[in-house]
Ligand binder design. Structure first.
Ligand code: ATP
Length: 346
């Protein structure tokens, strides 16, 4: 049985229906991300689970208990927000102890739990400091410790990394995932950053206009998007116009070159024009033995990113992106030059 269930959740603000028929079953210990563009309703779903917003319709259960009408402070949920959510006039230790104090936990228990939580987040020595004496990343770790201290049954994270710089963001997201797995706590994470969602989630819910467009493991969402929105929102897509050469076998022609698409038979007639979308990794720079087609493209832009170089090019009139690994002995292609591109339908 699922640990957390959302059943036909709806939320309307005035005339604005911001969450529509949203259902989701979450297992105990699962890490779920709600991913989608600004305004798609991610935070509203989270706030309904927390009890800060009452659903217009639908229900929420946690561990078999209907909590839909329960006040926020009776739901045993831990929350962590974007940033600056610590009490500035309290020490780190008092911040972490806050939820336990509200619950009326005795002093000895509070002190033991604070020590345990500060050790968990790697800040055992900083209990006496005030938030302003901490870096942004440290403050967010304290916020995580504060959310976890009362031993909530569900952890809700609302863009907790978005105010941090890139390096801290990556290190903290790994730490959050590690702690979440160690504690086995059911977690829902709101983000608009697809890389973040893909790197730490068991499953991702891609939201669009208040609706769950697709729910699946990151591998599935990226490789088998079920809607155009998901395909475009998650990862980069190269879109080409092709002509169907043989619908039954999935054979198409792109700029005079044959290519077999994996999803045969195609839902189109032979001779018909089709729009085909390929991930950057289906295109390779140079002549590859296992590739099916070889085309020439004009380089329009080069982004050196370290281990990977993203090359943008004009391929038979289509703007394409492809990634190539950095090799220290081979300089990246030059803007304006012609390159050979191998294409694989897979
Ligand atoms: P973001 O990533 O920008 O935070 P989001 O996907 O989390 O976006 P929500 O914050 O859930 O989106 O907002 C969804 C829609 O609901 C938005 O159009 C927002 O303006 C509207 N909305 C949210 N809260 C309220 C409210 N209390 N009253 C009226 N409208 C609201």
């Amino acid at each position: 049985m699922s640990f957390l269930t959302l059943t036909h959740l709806e939320k309307t603000f005035g005339q604005n229906r911001v969450v529509k028929d949203f259902s989701l079953d979450i297992d105990r210990g699962e890490f779920i991300s709600l991913l989608g563009p600004s305004g798609c309703g991610k935070t509203t779903v989270l706030r309904m689970i927390a009890g800060f917003e009452q659903p217009t319709a639908g229900g929420i259960t946690i561990d078999g208990k209907d909590v839909t009408a329960l006040a926020a402070n009776s739901r045993n949920i831990g929350m962590m927000f974007q940033a600056y959510a610590l009490f500035p006039n309290m020490t780190v230790a008092d911040n972490v102890a806050f939820g336990l104090k509200v619950k009326g936990a005795p002093k000895a228990e509070r002190e033991a739990r604070v020590a345990e939580m500060l050790a968990l987040i790697g800040l055992a020595d900083l209990g006496g400091r005030y938030p302003f004496q901490l870096s942004g990343g440290q403050q967010q770790r304290v916020a995580l410790a504060r959310a976890l201290a009362p031993r909530p049954s569900v952890l809700l994270l609302d863009e907790p990394l978005s105010a941090l710089d890139a390096k801290v963001r990556v290190s903290l997201r790994n730490q959050i995932r590690q702690i979440q797995q160690d504690l086995g706590i059911t977690t829902i994470f709101v983000t608009h950053d697809q890389e973040e969602a893909m790197s730490i989630s068991d499953r991702i819910v891609v939201m669009n206009g208040g609706v769950a467009d697709q729910v699946g493991a990151p591998f599935e969402i990226y490789n088998r998007p079920t809607t155009k929105f998901v395909a475009n929102f998650v990862g980069t897509l190269n879109t080409f116009e092709v002509e169907v050469a043989d619908a039954a076998s999935g054979r198409v022609m792109l700029a005079g070159q044959g290519l077999t698409l994996p999803n045969a038979p195609l839902a189109a007639r032979t001779g018909e024009k089709l729009s085909v979308a390929l991930r950057p990794e289906a295109l390779r720079l140079g002549r590859l033995p296992d590739a099916e087609a070889l085309l020439t493209a004009q380089v329009t832009d080069v982004h050196f990113m370290g281990s990977v170089i993203r090359v943008k090019a004009d391929l038979a009139g289509a703007a394409v992106s492809l990634d190539t690994f950095n090799r220290p002995d081979t300089p990246p292609p030059v803007v304006g030059s012609a390159v050979e591109v191998s294409l694989s339908g897979r």
